[in-house]
Structures are given as structure tokens and as C-alpha cells.
Design a protein around this ligand. Structure first.
Ligand code: NAD
Length: 485
């Protein structure tokens, strides 16, 4: 019996149960075929306000539930995912264009995320502070109230759940606004899993919507915090609006991440790391290696190996065949990727492989001779393009990698850990891998970027208490002091 029952959500949103919205409805398309998979309700600003008000009502009751019962909800949710793994994975394949292995990996990240959330209600959450006399002084972490989560299409399930689960586990209610294109895998799937896991009604609202719904969430008086994952352009608008309304705001944004390959590497391993970092999920990952910086001495041999991989990787509909790359989220995204490739070639880069598409299927592409100033060097491509730039010295590699406003992830491959770490220490990023590529998330690590990649916040592991709660200072004494006034 499937747990994701399309008739129950048909043209609906999830707000105190499945209900009609006043924002109308929209088709959810399968990127690989263009077929309509289902139809979901769209939230208008009025729906957003109603959900936020209902969430505010529900949050007080959540605090009265014993911590072991609250923890059990997250363990149950992990179990619901495990028991229905294939069905849920199928949705991720179909509505986000994930290849099977990526969909399975994303679901596994989500069970880990839920187990980590299950551990939070039983963790200590305060400090006893020094104080004079018989006064007890302590501070405790308090839930913020209602957390608004705005999430993207690319890892739709995990990037929403990594905020939803710890926000709920630290005592908040959540209003989640997923991208309407992935409203099922990035939203309704989460609603349904928590529904089956026994989360009390009203604590989680899932309301697909566009920029107007996102903006309404950022100015709603019942919302205390916005956790946003998406592009730097939209993040800037979210940050401005949430800031104007004096909300806490966490922005996890785009990247132009450098994978630096030094001349003392194993070339086969380096080629595999480059292909993975550039082509995983068709390059639609914030940590994708957008700049492949290769030391001149190994350039020709390494390009040859990456080209061989790019030409071999199968591309197609992931629900019909075993492929390494599926579709981009839409044909317009493929056109956008192609315009960057074309402009870079016109500016002098060499097209070594790929550079063509059929509808939303863009062939894995290799560009060499990419230089500062070219679009492939400067812009986040969000497509399967390995943009390769040569460098002569370690100093030049640092200069090239740091010549961007983004600062999410960086990686250095070398036969010498000492050399790679000395170089890595000079890079301005929130994430650094020595002898691995740029794309990684273990759930238990703090994840965040600097510069245009974020606003100084991190999400995940030890960062989650900081992210989703606020300190409260409390003092208690037997009698009020006798002040001189
Ligand atoms: P996007 O910014 O277009 O959309 C993200 C979400 O924001 C969607 O739900 C969208 O509906 C909403 N939105 C758009 N405009 C808004 C506005 N003005 N106000 C409020 N909400 C608004 O991003 P996308 O195209 O879905 O995702 C790709 C981008 O996300 C890339 O730049 C990628 O690097 C970034 N990303 C970052 C991370 C990270 O953790 N740093 C993870 C994944 C993706």
C-alpha cells in the first residue's frame, strides 16, 4: 500500500491536514519526459499567514509533550522512510530528475538527519553561570517559535529536512515552503512521513508556493526565523525582507567552488574526483566544482582522462534506464547552461567534450583554457560542465580560487597532505577538503559558506542548537535585593 497517496494532496496544501488553498493549483512535471506527475495546491500570501498563525498556536502544546515522546516522533519518521524506501526514492527520481543512486543517497542522508534530530530532545540545553551570594544564575536555549523554511529543487528532500527536523526537535513549529516544481519530494513527502510518525497536528505546515509566498513568510509577524537555501539573488531579497522585519535569518546560498589539482597526484584518481564533482546530479549542486584548477605540468594528460569519462557517461531518463546523468530541472536550464558554454568558447575556451543537449539532457561537458573574465570561470553554471583552468604555482592557484565573491566549498588534491593543507589554509571558504572533491555532506558537520555563499550561519550537527534556538538568561533568589534607590 503506497504511503504517498496522490488523491489526498491533489490540488491541496498541508496545513492542519490536507486542505484547499486560495492560491490555486499547479502541475508538477517530470523533468525527463515533460509529463504531468500530479497537481498540487499553491499557497497565496493569505494561506501563508493562516499557516503561520496555526503554527504559532501549536508550538505551546509541543513544549508540554515529554521529551522521550518528542524524540520518538523523529525515530518513527526515520522508520517510515526506511520501510517505504523504494516508493519515496521513486518520487525523487521522477519529480527532481535524480538518478537512482542519488535518490537513494538523499534518502539515506534523511534517515541520518532524523536520527540526529531524535537525539536532540534529550540533550542538555543550558549552562549554570557564576553568580554572587545565594543567587542561581543560568542560561538556557529556548525555541524561537515558528521557523519558516524556504527550500530549493536540487536536493529537495534533504535540503528541506535538514532544517525542518532540527527546528522541530529543538521545540519550534515549522512552515515549509518548497519549490513548487519539487513540491512532492521536497514537501509533501515530509508532511506525510511526519503525519505517519505521529507529529501533533499544526506543528508542520507544507505550503508550495512561489516568490510571493516566500516573501509573505519573510514578513509574517508570527514567524521568528527564516532558514533559506537557494540562489544568492533570491537569498539577498529574503535577507533584506527578513532583516527589515527583525527576524533571525539563515542563508545557505550559491557557490563557485574550486577543485585544485596539484602536479603530484595520481591522475586516474584525480580524473574520477573531477568527474564526480562536476557531473553529480548534472552539476546542480551548490558544492559542484565550478572551477577545476589544474597545475600546468599535468594538464594535457588529466584533460584527456576527464574527456574519456565525459564521453562514456550515459545520460537519459533515470526512471527508464540506468544512467549516470539525468535531466536538468527543465529545458530552460539547459539553454542557460549552453549560453555560458557558448559564450566561453567564443571568448577563447576550448570545447573538449559535450556542449550539446537534447531537451533537458545536457551532455557532460569539458572546457579547457578557461580564464578569468569568461562566464564559465565567473558564474555558477548549475549544469554538467567541467571548466578547467591551468595554473603554474601554488600561489597562483590560491589567487585564482579566491578570486570570487562566493565562498562555499574548496578542495585540494595532492600527493603531499602538508603541501595541500598549506595551500588550503589560504582559501576563503566555509568548507575545505584535502584529498577529496568539493561535494560532501555528512549531516553531523556544520555546513555553511562565507561571502556570497551565506550570511555567516551554519546548519547541521553542532550548529543546529545555535541555528534554531535563542539564549535566555534566568536568575532566581530567595528575596529581592535591597537596592539603594
Ligand atoms: P532559487 O533561489 O531560485 O529558489 C530557492 C527557493 O526560494 C524556492 O523555494 C523559490 O520558490 C524561493 N524563492 C525564489 N525567489 C524568492 C523570493 N524573492 N523570496 C522568497 N523566496 C523565493 O534557487 P534554486 O534555483 O531552486 O536553487 C539553486 C540555487 O540554490 C543555486 O544557486 C545553488 O547553489 C543554491 N543552493 C545552495 C545550497 C547551500 O546549502 N548553500 C544548497 C542547494 C542549492
Amino acid at each position: 500500500m503506497p504511503i504517498l497517496d496522490a488523491p489526498s494532496w491533489h490540488e491541496r496544501i498541508y496545513s492542519n491536514g490536507w486542505c484547499r488553498s486560495s492560491g490555486g493549483a499547479v502541475d508538477v512535471l517530470e523533468p525527463a519526459t515533460g509529463k504531468v506527475l500530479t497537481r498540487v495546491g499553491l499557497a497565496s500570501p493569505t494561506d501563508v499567514n493562516a499557516s503561520a498563525a496555526a503554527a504559532r498556536q501549536a508550538v505551546a502544546h509541543w513544549a508540554t509533550i515529554p521529551y522521550l515522546e518528542r524524540a520518538a516522533v523523529f525515530r518513527n519518521a526515520a522508520q517510515v522512510i526506511t520501510q517505504n524506501f523504494r516508493e519515496l526514492s521513486e518520487w525523487l527520481v521522477r519529480d527532481s530528475g535524480s538518478v537512482q543512486a542519488k535518490a537513494d543517497f538523499e534518502l539515506t542522508l534523511c534517515t541520518t538527519c532524523l536520527h540526529e534530530a531524535a537525539a536532540m530532545p534529550s540533550q542538555p540545553r543550558g549552562l549554570v553561570l557564576p553568580s554572587n551570594g545565594g543567587r542561581l544564575s543560568f542560561s538556557r536555549r529556548q525555541p524561537l517559535g515558528v521557523v519558516g523554511v524556504i527550500s530549493p529543487f536540487n536536493f529537495p528532500l534533504y535540503l528541506a529536512l535538514r532544517a525542518v527536523a532540527p527546528a522541530l526537535a529543538t521545540g519550534n513549529a515549522v512552515v515549509l515552503k518548497p519549490d513548487p516544481r519539487t513540491a512532492v519530494s521536497g514537501g509533501f513527502l515530509i508532511a506525510r512521513v511526519f503525519e505517519l510518525a505521529g507529529l501533533p497536528t499544526g506543528l508542520l505546515h507544507v505550503i508550495p508556493g512561489g516568490a510571493d509566498a516566500g516573501a509573505a513568510l519573510c514578513s509574517d509577524p508570527n514567524v521568528a526565523m527564516i532558514q533559506f537555501t537557494g540562489s544568492t539573488d533570491a537569498g539577498r531579497k529574503v535577507g533584506e525582507l527578513a532583516g527589515r522585519n527583525l527576524k533571525k535569518v539563515s542563508l545557505e546560498l550559491g557557490g563557485k567552488n574550486s577543485l585544485i589539482v596539484l602536479d603530484d597526484v595520481n591522475l586516474d584518481l584525480a580524473a574520477a574526483n573531477i568527474a564526480w564533482a562536476a557531473y553529480l546530479h548534472q552539476g546542480q549542486i551548490c558544492m559542484t566544482a565550478g572551477r577545476i584548477l589544474v597545475q600546468q605540468a599535468i594538464l594535457a594528460e588529466l584533460v584527456e582522462r576527464v574527456v574519456a569519462k565525459a564521453q562514456r557517461l550515459p545520460v537519459g531518463d533515470p526512471s527508464a534506464a540506468q544512467v549516470a546523468l539525468g535531466p536538468l530541472i527543465g529545458s530552460n536550464q539547459a539553454q542557460q547552461v549552453h549560453s555560458i558554454v557558448k559564450d566561453s568558447v567564443a571568448a577563447g575556451a576550448k570545447l573538449e567534450a559535450g556542449g550539446n543537449s537534447e531537451g533537458p539532457f545536457y551532455r557532460p561537458t569539458v572546457l579547457s583554457g578557461v580564464k578569468p573574465g569568461m562566464r564559465a570561470f565567473e558564474e555558477e553554471i548549475f549544469g554538467p560542465v567541467a571548466a578547467i583552468t591551468a595554473f603554474a604555482s601554488d600561489d597562483e592557484a590560491v589567487e585564482l580560487a579566491n578570486s570570487t565573491q562566493y565562498g562555499l566549498s574548496a578542495a585540494v588534491l595532492s600527493g603531499s597532505v602538508a603541501r595541500a593543507f598549506a595551500l588550503g589554509n589560504r582559501l576563503r571558504t566555509g568548507i575545505l577538503h584535502i584529498n577529496d572533491q568539493t561535494v560532501a555532506d555528512d549531516v553531523v558537520n556544520p555546513f555553511g559558506g562565507v561571502g556570497f555563499s551565506g550570511n555567516g550561519t551554519s546548519i547541521g550537527g553542532p550548529a543546529n542548537w545555535e541555528e534554531f534556538t535563542q539564549w535566555q538568561w534566568i536568575t532566581i533568589q530567595d528575596n529581592p535585593p535591597g537596592y539603594p534607590f
